[in-house]
Design a protein around this ligand. Structure first.
Ligand code: CMC
Length: 434
């Protein structure tokens, strides 16, 4: 990495030279780490201007709508590869040859079962618990099963944890669903593809086998691929933050799942469906568009806009195609519910407010509609996002632990009370206790 440029920070009489680093792609980065020795901190709420780490996994150019996994454009991976190959690529940095792919697939399918004790965790939850709440708990609980046998400094043991997580997430996710509908858990079928097996565990019962439709299997595999990684987003940064303390990887991934849940991040796909249900009829779309534009109303159109993609979301482009394919396949093009979605998409794409603010439908808009057409209930959408993002989280965790890193410990701009003397409770008259 070239370190040739320099920035100079001038503050009163003080002049502080700062190194400017260039990556292989993307914005140059000013290394502000020497500032603390000069008694200064940087301030960047929301981390809009902060590169928190060095990473060689995923690159995003939000203005140009580019997303690369290990250098490969997402559009090419989503249409030409499959999720397990993408997992291999993310974890290892290169695409596998046929033998490497077969070996990787074999390793994943041999970890798909969960320990029998895990089944008992489910009974502790209410049947109507949100599946994300169950997911956070059960994935965190995996630490109790593998904690002692895990030396995070050993790359081989880290790899086994990664395989375990990628393999077990579909099993756990499907168990969350089966528990909520009161059906028996379905064991994984290792001869099936990753996405096919997930649909099997979701929809088959001991009385009835299912043969998942290949169009729906392909759509789901694409959803997994498109969600596999996304640079230093909120949940990935959470995993890195937790991992920097030396915590167990299963606990770190559970923290990522918790961060993913919010509607500004992974919860958006579920929020899209809830919004469409609230709209209820095509005739009410203008009312919702007006609310989204009203500066005095904090309502936002769910599934529109993105923190990084201010032009278009390349994942949304692929997902849109897949969404229309699935709607065609399952024959819901005339369904009033899906008509609301398509009409909302049309109006928002033509409305100057959304065009001027560069608010395009994001991946969650299309993935929510697609998952719904596949028959997956909306409270499972974020669980599916978590399942797919697990490979990204564990790849970032592994990259961090495998390289020199420091405990992540941000500082603050303190705006509270200045130092004052403690006053005993019985003497607090006329003292502002706040
Ligand atoms: N509907 C209506 N107005 C919006 C929307 C929206 N969905 N998103 C942003 N705006 C407006 C916002 O009111 C603001 O207007 P003004 O400049 O007049 O104050 C302007 O656009 C910029 O918004 P911002 O909040 O500064 O933008 P941000 O980059 O901080 O927010 C976002 C990004 C994703 C949180 C936001 O667009 C949003 O809340 N979208 C809806 C939720 C959603 O779909 N989230 C999923 C994101 S993709 C999944 C992922 O990658 O995790």
């Amino acid at each position: 990495m070239a370190d040739s440029k320099q920035a100079i920070l001038t503050l009163g009489e003080q002049t502080i030279p700062l190194t400017v680093q260039s990556g292989t792609l993307g914005a140059d980065v000013i290394d502000v780490s020497p500032l603390v020795k000069a008694g200064l901190l940087t301030y960047d709420p929301g981390f809009m201007s902060t590169a928190a780490c060095e990473s060689a996994i995923t690159f995003i150019n939000g203005d140009k709508g580019i997303l690369l996994y290990r250098g490969y454009p997402i559009e090419q991976l989503a249409t030409g590869s499959d999720f397990l190959e993408v997992c291999y690529l993310l974890l290892n940095g290169e695409l596998p040859d046929a033998a490497q792919y077969a070996e990787f697939r074999d390793a994943v399918v041999h970890h798909t079962l969960v320990h029998e004790q895990i089944r008992h965790f489910f009974n502790g939850f209410r049947r109507d618990a949100h599946p994300m709440a169950i997911m956070v708990g059960v994935v965190g609980a995996l630490s109790a099963f593998y904690h002692d046998k895990l030396d995070i400094k050993d790359p081989e043991q880290r790899e086994i944890s990664a395989l375990r997580l990628i393999a077990k997430m579909p099993t756990i996710a499907a168990m969350c669903y089966k528990y909520s509908v009161g059906q028996p858990f379905m064991p994984p079928q290792n001869h099936m593809s990753y996405a096919e097996n997930f649909l099997h565990m979701m929809f088959a019962t001991p009385c009835e086998k299912t043969q998942p439709d290949p169009v729906l299997v392909r759509a789901l595999d694409r959803i997994f691929t498109l969600h596999a990684d996304h640079e230093q987003n909120a949940s990935t940064s959470t995993v890195r933050m937790a991992g920097s303390t030396g915590a167990n990887p299963f606990a770190c991934i559970a923290s990522g799942i918790a961060a993913l849940w919010g509607p500004a991040h992974g919860g958006a796909n579920e929020a899209v469906l809830n919004m469409l249900h609230n709209i209820g009829d095509v005739s009410r779309i203008p009312e919702y568009i007006a609310r989204a534009k009203d500066p005095n109303d904090n309502f936002r159109l769910m599934g529109f806009g993105h923190r990084v993609y201010k032009n278009y979301d390349p994942r949304a482009k692929v997902m849109r195609e897949t969404c229309h394919e699935v709607l065609e396949r399952v024959g819901v093009h005339d369904d009033p519910f899906f008509n609301i979605a398509l009409e909302l998409e049309r109006i928002a794409l033509e409305d100057p407010y959304f065009i001027d603010k560069k608010l395009y439908p994001n991946i969650d808009f299309y993935s929510g509609i697609t998952l719904s057409a596949i028959g997956i209930p909306s409270n499972m959408f974020t669980v599916i996002f978590a399942l797919a993002r697990t490979v990204g989280w564990v790849t970032h965790w592994n990259e961090m632990i495998g390289n020199p890193y420091r405990l992540n410990r941000p500082r603050q701009l303190y705006v509270g009370a200045t130092q004052r003397e403690f006053v005993a409770r019985d003497k607090r008259e006329n003292v502002n206790v706040n």
